[in-house]
Design a protein around this ligand. Structure first.
Ligand SMILES: [Zn+2]
Length: 240
């Protein structure tokens, strides 16, 4: 978010999946090498084939509140769209008003997560799915959107608890999808091509945030190592 009257994403156009499959059908006529890939994609149509449980979250401890399904699109990420970005937003309002907006089918926008001033995290859309938060279809498909409760011109809204919780969340996302922790891949809404939004604004401390994300990433991978069975030859934990 970040401005009133957010423009639509144009997310309802024919999906890229259809274009990819169409292209493969054409290619398969001449190139046998495409046949395997075509078969792999073909049976998957229309996708959305990962098991889902109602109320399940992607970040341990997050509260689940479902967004209106008018504000996001079902997908099967990262298999259909590669996730290589986190987009940072500021809500320009309270946590409750952001939750209500994302539940409103007329709002036409939403993000995967909202981080409160108290550091609590609400998830409203699964990372599997495409949330309409960036105002740019390509960026929506390849990113996870995180809102932060507050206003861009009120630096006091960006609390220590908020930075710490958001950094832990982003560190997890980066580890899960192999996203580099840098400013090319962790960006503000303001940096999305074509946007008229300014969030997270000049008071968002990017140096501090990136440092916290790196630190959280290191802590999380050490936790994981020490949780592994000692001297075990077991296989790595799947799907972390
Ligand atoms: Zn925004």
């Amino acid at each position: 978010m970040g401005a009133k009257g957010a423009s639509e994403d144009g997310d309802r156009r024919i999906g890229r999946r259809a274009l990819i499959v169409g292209g493969l059908v054409a290619a398969a006529g001449t190139a046998a090498v495409a046949r395997d890939e075509l078969a792999r994609l073909w049976w998957r149509l229309p996708g959305i084939d990962k098991p889902r449980k109602p109320g399940e979250v992607d970040f341990a401890g997050a509260r689940w509140v479902a967004a209106s399904d008018a504000n996001w699109r079902g997908a099967d990420r990262p298999d259909d769209y590669r996730i290589d970005m986190v987009v940072v937003h500021v809500t320009q309002g309270s946590l409750d008003s952001a939750v209500r907006a994302f539940q409103d089918p007329g709002h036409k926008a939403s993000a995967h997560y909202i981080v409160g001033k108290d550091g609590r995290i609400t998830q409203m859309i699964r990372e599997l799915d495409v949330a309409y938060h960036a105002g740019n279809r390509d960026y929506n498909e390849r990113s996870v959107g995180i809102e932060h409760e507050g206003f861009v011109d009120r630096p006091e809204d960006f609390t220590d608890e908020m930075y710490a919780a958001s950094a832990r969340l982003t560190a997890r996302i980066c580890a899960r999808y192999g996203i580099p922790v840098d400013r090319e891949h962790i960006i503000g809404h303001v940096e999305v091509p074509g946007t008229d939004h300014t969030d997270p604004g000049p008071h968002w401390d990017w140096d501090r945030y990136l440092k916290l994300v790196r630190r959280a990433g290191t802590a999380q991978s050490e936790e994981k190592r020490s949780a592994a069975p000692a001297g075990g030859s077991g296989s790595p934990t799947p799907g972390s």
